[in-house]
Design a binder for this molecule. Structure first.
Ligand code: AP5
Ligand code: MG
Length: 191
């Protein structure tokens, strides 16, 4: 199994690229954002509790997402590895993921970080709000808060992973197809 983190600020293209990469390399795509939105759509108690946190662009508690990932990891068989999208989001989540993988004879093999300019992130998310109506895309102040939360709470993971030799920056500006090729080139080195 080869396990990747796809990393980057809100709007950097993690979800868009993950769907394509998972198909190409037979990876299991695990997005905690998608899992949380599925809880909200299903009207579960957890979804009700998390929806107001997500609408403000704050992070949900570490233990909630760690539990979600733990529940999925053992259900998955017959794939080439995992592609973690939007998880981990804090150093504590990273340490928990490493332990989960380590306990099962696996590790994080690479962290692919999409670098995208701030204005491009905001433009992409404003555009998506018109099309798909995600509540956390509707208010520009919430978009800015999500980017701030990324810089303060999530970006420190980059240093943590850099020290372990896992950090792989990828230019996330340009067309979806061009960025896909850049990501594939990095991933092919490991798969
Ligand atoms: P999450 O769902 O992870 O959202 P996010 O990180 O804010 O990022 P996005 O999904 O908005 O962006 P993306 O990088 O996936 O880009 P995408 O491909 O969609 O998290 C949502 C919330 O859930 C969090 O705020 C938090 O509350 C909670 N949460 C989730 N995980 C958590 C965790 N682990 N811990 C704690 N809380 C957690 O692209 C964006 C748009 O741009 C799309 O419309 C796309 O079509 C377009 N686009 C993509 N690439 C390009 C391109 N190259 N050119 C033009 N447009 C493009
Ligand atoms: Mg996403």
């Amino acid at each position: 199994m080869v396990n990747f983190l796809i990393f980057g600020p809100p709007g950097s293209g993690k979800g868009t690229q993950s769907v394509r990469l998972a198909e190409k390399f037979n990876l299991v795509h695990l997005s905690t954002g998608d899992m949380l939105r599925a809880e909200i759509s299903a009207g579960t108690e957890l979804g009700k509790k998390m929806s107001s946190i997500m609408a403000k662009g704050e992070l949900v508690p570490d233990e909630v997402v760690i539990e979600m990932i733990a529940a999925r990891i053992d259900k998955t068989k017959g794939s080439a590895g995992f592609l973690f999208d939007g998880f981990p989001r804090t150093v504590a989540q990273t340490v928990a993921l490493e332990k989960m993988l380590n306990d099962r004879g696996m590790k994080i093999d690479s962290m692919l970080v999409l670098d995208v300019e701030h204005d491009e992130l905001v433009n992409r998310l404003i555009l998506r709000a018109e099309q798909s109506g995600r509540p956390d895309d509707k208010d520009p102040a919430v978009i800015e808060n999500r980017i701030d939360v990324y810089r303060s709470k999530t970006e420190p993971i980059i240093d943590y992973c850099r020290q372990k030799g896992l950090y792989q920056p990828v230019n996330g500006m340009g067309t979806i197809d061009d960025i896909f090729v850049r990501l594939c080139d990095q991933m092919k080195k490991l798969i």
